[in-house]
Design a protein around this ligand. Structure first.
Ligand code: TYM
Length: 327
């Protein structure tokens, strides 16, 4: 059975971008693959979270994973910092990762711009840690959104480099994976590029009807179609992207026809969209609350997941040590 790895940073709650970019695929893949889904708490240290937040944030994401339908009987769910073997592989990969290529990474450049007083080595080596997360289980498929493409390219490069350095076909090259025809990018409703925590434009899975309606009704639009069958500008296309993922095909077609004949009313579209997001969120929202109230269960699941993940990770590390020459 092919191995799958993916993770999410616990820097806030899961939002619709995380769900439709990643988690939706986790849920489907857990039935047919050997899956490892983790909570990337080491990765979140690049922005200095305070200590109390660390354990609670990890628990929150765990509760949200479970509420979405990731099943600990099918997939291994664990917290990254419980599997120390990842750090050893991170060190080995860093020895063969070059300053130039790390500095050229778009995410590094962006983060360096966002936090100029904290351009730390963890930010710089973010792609090597991510590569270690993936190849420690020899994963071949990685369900991620479009924003992770460059990190995935680096992961493949580091896997290949290790193999050619030691002249051995050891690590498979991991590929980004999605069931749709192309990588998913969920937009923000503020007219900006993508939904993201640091952009403050998210709809979270835990949010209730009132909060969702308020956010959707405020979504940026324009003054309306200039004629019949015109191309949709980005802000309007964003709304249709949402209809496409949460509404029925009939609803989508109805508003698409209205756009094409030039009679669309954005208020109607937004009202319908808000109700469809509420209906999507509601069952997940209820389950999040149930899991959050049961920290004992969450901790037990994390413990069992860590054990399974360590088993796979330590097998890889043992072999890596031999290949490198440690006995
Ligand atoms: P993170 O925590 O930023 O996001 C988690 C997952 O959600 C996806 N995502 C989106 N997809 C589509 N549209 C959006 N607007 C959107 N926003 C977020 C991301 O693509 C991602 O799949 N570096 C990773 C975490 C990570 C990881 C890994 C992932 C660490 N190690 C190993 C896979 C394998 C990150 O920061 O994701």
């Amino acid at each position: 059975m092919e191995t799958v790895v993916s993770g999410i940073r616990p820097t806030g709650n899961l939002h619709l971008g995380n769900y439709f970019g990643a988690v939706k695929n986790f849920i489907k893949m857990q039935n047919d693959y050997n899956c490892y889904f983790f909570i990337a708490d080491w990765h979140s240290l690049t922005t200095r979270p305070n200590p109390e937040n660390i354990i609670n944030s990890a628990r929150t994401i765990l509760a949200e994973y479970l509420a979405c339908g990731i099943d600990p009987e099918k997939a291994t769910i664990y917290i990254q910092s419980d599997v120390k073997e990842v750090l050893e592989l991170y060190l080995y990969l860093n020895m063969n990762a070059y300053l130039g290529e790390l500095e050229r990474t778009t995410t590094f450049k962006e983060k360096a711009r966002q936090q100029p007083d904290n351009v730390n080595a963890g930010l710089l080596t973010y792609p090597t840690l991510m590569a270690a997360d993936i190849i420690i289980h020899k994963a071949v498929k990685v369900p991620v959104g479009k924003d992770q493409e460059q990190n995935m390219e680096m992961a493949r490069k580091f896997a290949r480099r290790f193999n050619s350095m030691y002249n051995i076909e050891f690590f498979p090259e991991p590929a980004s994976f999605t069931f749709s025809s192309q990588a998913v990018k969920i937009p923000g409703l503020d007219g900006s590029g993508k939904m993201g925590k640091s952009d403050g434009n998210c709809i979270y899975l835990y949010e209730d009807a009132a909060a969702i309606r308020k956010k959707v009704m405020k979504a940026v639009t324009d003054s309306g179609p200039a004629g019949m069958n015109t191309e949709k500008p980005e802000v309007i296309q964003n709304l249709f992207t949402f209809l496409d993922i949460v509404s029925t095909k009939d609803t989508y077609d109805y508003f698409n026809d209205k756009w094409n004949d030039g009679t669309i009313r954005y208020g109607d579209l937004k009202k319908q969209l808000a109700e469809d997001i509420v209906a999507f969120n509601e069952p997940i929202r209820e389950r999040i609350a149930e899991y959050m109230a049961n920290t004992e269960l969450l901790d037990k699941i994390a413990r069992q997941g860590a054990e399974k993940a360590r088993e796979s990770a330590s097998k890889t590390i043992k072999e890596v040590r031999q290949i490198i020459g440690f006995r």
